[in-house]
Design a protein around this ligand. Structure first.
Ligand SMILES: N[C@@H](CCC[C@H](N)C(=O)O)C(=O)O
Length: 279
């Protein structure tokens, strides 16, 4: 099976052309290929497929084999993949995901995609839709305890669930233990991604992320969008900000005219490969 390793802001996935490769068990393949010692090593597996409704369709699997509804960084990399490989000559395409249709716009230099802006759609704040097992219209800066620790959480869905916590510093947090405990907390029936964020200014937010089904990653596109929305709803930030993640920066804007979130960032091809033996 041929594959391409790509990363966006350091969030690395294995991309497979589903027009050519027939993958029977993507859940198992994601577990095996994502392993950083016995596989290729990645934050998951992404399959690019034909779509009846859009230019392309995406399926995305975490390293634990679970399928996610949406992946922001992967959507940008898919833009680069399909344009650079000549699967399209359009600079604006539509992408079908389990979280609806996303629109992608490419910035092209020397016939290669450098940057992609993704219309990520509207954020969802209703607890029943995120989903969060709590009655009410929203969860914005609400007290939450896990273990001996007390936090204030804001819950947002960008098609996939996110729980955002604002901190003064990352020094006193055991991100792996706290991230894991919140991901698996009974409040979140479909588990949750967890973002830890520090407000540096109204337009600059530093964040780290614990991803559902993955663990800590260097970046999460949907997580960056959810963090900006949470920051705005808590009165901490303006509607356009740079989100500084461990693997790079993303520009996120929550447009007040259409209520959509726009995410702009890089997309990089790392290498091409072919699996052998047990894969
Ligand atoms: N890294 C991604 C999100 C990947 C899916 C996530 N782990 C989930 O299960 O929801 C992004 O860039 O958005």
């Amino acid at each position: 099976m041929r594959f391409t390793k790509m990363q966006g802001a350091g969030n690395d996935y294995i991309y497979v052309n589903g027009f050519q490769e027939n993958i029977k068990n993507p859940e198992r393949l994601a577990i095996e290929l994502s392993d950083r010692h016995f596989g290729v090593g990645s934050d998951g597996l992404v399959i690019i497929l034909p779509s009846k409704r859009c230019d392309f369709k995406m399926r995305m699997f975490n390293p634990d084999g679970s399928e996610a509804e949406m992946c922001g960084n992967a959507s940008r990399c898919i833009g680069k993949y399909v344009y650079d490989k000549g699967l399209t000559d359009k600079k604006e395409i539509t992408l079908e995901t389990k979280a609806g249709i996303k629109k992608l716009k490419f910035t092209v230099t020397k016939n290669k995609v450098k940057n992609v802006c993704v219309d990520m759609g509207e954020p969802i704040i209703s607890p029943s839709l995120i989903p969060v097992s709590k009655i009410g219209d929203s969860i914005i800066g609400e007290p939450f305890s896990v273990g001996d620790e007390q936090y204030k959480i804001t819950c947002i869905s960008m098609g996939n669930p996110h729980t955002v916590i604002f901190l003064e510093s990352f020094d006193n947090i055991d991100l792996h233990q706290t991230g894991y405990s919140i991901e698996h907390h009974p409040l979140f029936p479909q588990r949750t991604n967890v973002e830890f964020a520090i407000i540096e200014s109204k337009n600059n937010i530093r964040m780290r992320v614990w991803e559902r089904g993955t663990g800590e990653t260097l970046a999460c596109g949907t997580g960056a969008c959810a963090t900006l929305v949470a920051a705005v709803l808590n009165g901490f930030a303006e509607r356009k900000a740079v989100l500084h993640l461990l693997g790079g920066d993303l520009l996120i804007e929550w447009n007040d005219l259409d209520n959509h979130i726009y995410m702009t960032g890089d997309a990089i091809t790392v290498f091409e490969g072919e699996t052998v033996d047990r894969f």
